[in-house]
Write a protein that binds this ligand. Structure first.
Ligand code: FMN
Length: 204
């Protein structure tokens, strides 16, 4: 089967399967503060590590229905900082709650009953129960192609300047992800959690 993006209906797909083809996608649970210091928290599954030394990450944001940026992007750009909290299976429900479309300046961390912890190098709080937090300094925004002026896409790039790992997930000098089971986004409304891993050495 072959189709061009946006032409999935010709093939009987009721919903564009693109996101299901790249799955699982990790979830960056992005905390920021606005210009008044109010916390904002939202999940982004267009999220990934894009380099290692120094470590850099991206999250990619669509726009609000009027074409204006979502709060996470706006706050990261204005304040130059954000935190990527990693979502374990135990945080999945609350992560989903924080996707609610609140007006600018309303705190989703408080709404979802989550506690925040201060960060070392940046102002945004970390989600206390999240197994891993990446403190990031904003680098730049790259505008991506869009289908209309009211459906813009932007990729926000940041450098990781501090990493917190909950000690209960560390053993023998390694992180054991199966202990917190990172949540991944599949297509549609489906999710997965990593409960099992396997190891392979490289050929050379
Ligand atoms: C699991 C999950 C992943 C999401 N990924 C994205 C994403 O990658 N990009 C995006 O623009 N919105 C994504 N959303 C929707 C945003 O979380 C939602 O629009 C949120 O209200 C944005 O909040 P903000 O304006 O506070 O940044 C996702 C929602 C969920 C539940």
């Amino acid at each position: 089967m072959f189709f061009e993006p946006g032409k999935h209906k010709d093939h009987g797909f009721t919903f564009d399967p693109f996101k299901a083809t790249i799955s699982p996608r990790p979830i960056g649970w992005i905390s920021t503060v606005d210009e008044n210091g109010v916390t904002n928290l939202a999940p982004y599954s267009f999220f990934n590590a894009v380099s290692w030394a120094p470590p850099c990450v991206i999250f990619s944001s669509g726009s609000r229905p009027d074409g204006s940026p979502k709060d996470s992007q706006m706050n990261a750009e204005k304040t130059g900082e954000f935190v990527c909290n990693i979502v374990g299976a135990a945080q999945a429900k609350q992560m989903n709650q924080t996707a609610i479309h609140f007006p600018h300046g309303k705190d989703e961390m408080e709404f979802a009953g989550l506690e925040g912890l201060p960060s070392e190098f940046v102002k945004p709080l970390r989600v206390k129960d999240a197994p891993v937090h990446l403190e990031c300094k904003y680098l730049r925004t790259i505008e991506l192609p869009s289908v209309s002026d009211t459906a813009r896409n932007c990729m926000i790039l940041g450098e990781v300047v501090g990493i917190h790992i909950d000690e209960k997930y560390v053993a023998d000098g390694r992180i054991d992800v199966t202990k917190y089971q990172p949540v991944g986004r599949l297509g549609y409304m489906d999710y997965c959690a990593v409960a099992e891993t396997f190891e392979m050495n490289r050929p050379d």
